[in-house]
Write a protein that binds this ligand. Sequence first.
Ligand code: ATP
Ligand code: MG
Length: 449
Amino acid sequence: MIRKLLRKVFRRAAEQPNREPALIPRERHGIAREQISPAARKTCAVLQDAGYKAYVVGGAVRDLLIGHPPKDFDVATSATPEEVRALFRRSRIIGRRFKIVHVMSGPETIEVSTFRAAQDAETDEHGRVLRDNVYGTMAEDATRRDFTVNALYYDPTTEQIIDYHHGVADLEQKTLRMIGDPRTRYREDPVRMLRAVRLAAKLGLAIDPAARKPIREMAALLENVPAARLFDEMLKLLFSGYAVRCLKQLREEGLHHGLLPLLDVILEQPLGERFVWLSLENTDERVRADKSVSPGFLFATLLWHQVLAAWESKKAAGEHAQPALFQAMDEVLEVQADKLAITRRIVGDIKEIWALQPRFEKRAGKLPYRLIEQPRYRAGWDFLRLRALSGEIGMDLPDWWERFAHAGHEEREALLRAVPAAGEAAGKKRRRRRRKPSSARAAETAQTT
Ligand code: ATP
Ligand code: MG
């Protein structure tokens, strides 16, 4: 009984913001101020000169500590959004869930947020925090962050890290530890479960057992999170450069089943599984090589085999190829776009990529010349190549187009003259395909993976 009481008191104490954070000097953590982007350094300097506290915080400090290049730099400050706004000519206050300030400097945008306290936040009936715009001290700001490794503050002036929750030690021990009681923190914001999996996979950290265990039990809370926020988080996951690792871990943590429609499409669909994973691997490679990636392209791959199945059945019912494809596209998107919260712009991109696919089969006259001039040609070709790599079509088609796109006039004409033979082969393939219902073919593809 007494022990229980003591434990309770101690736990309470542990949850209180630490009064004495560790001040870690550069010799120990190794981050030099030159590693901070010029805009973030300048933002901190201007705020500090005006008498406020200002630090680089969150993901950037964490990433620099483990030698990952930071994606962007966030600044936390004691100045209110209005005070920040007054100091920077090129800045504006953004207010969605939180009020923050975007400070523009050169090509960069720095997100500046005011120290916040978690107390007195408004919650829904499940304990989910709806708004927490209550400003607080720096210690409180550290405590309302999710994981210890995300609550590190770097001062570009002194080159010190201010560490309230032993985040540096946790990072050294490769542990992702929740600040406070994990169950409470997941109840406040169920998206933290997804963040845990994403950050652990991306950073190569193990989720601390206390934070890992409740995920399976509490997964259903994700149903209360607005679809748009879930979609944002899924995009972060898919474009983290570690999507394959993240998704495998989500499956392990039991976070995939029936909770997130997007994940069902990726992890549960019987059609085109090989194609989807190839596409995810390809996305990871591109992100890590700093090449451009587009949600439209990725979603087009995720849903392609559903379109193929619908297309085949419409053609089998006697519809002409082109209108059948457009009907199939609309059908699949109508069902999925709602569930996945895909934005209208992305839907447009997806359709463009799909609509290009049958045009790659037309290799006569002026058509190929027109196709390679299409603004979305490259995306369409990348998609075609993935289809070939996954075994859906032969490699000869993307190869032919790659040669055609880069050839001079003479060579192009020669390539066009060489098409009939290739066209015959493609024709044969189509006839062979039509004999089997699409579901049997899908099962075949799945088996070969
Ligand atoms: P990355 O940008 O690499 O995806 P990040 O940790 O920087 O990872 P952001 O979404 O940019 O993620 O958030 C910035 C910081 O805000 C985090 O490091 C964390 O301190 C805090 N934070 C973000 N989301 C939450 C959340 N749901 N609950 C508590 N704190 C959060
Ligand atoms: Mg970030």
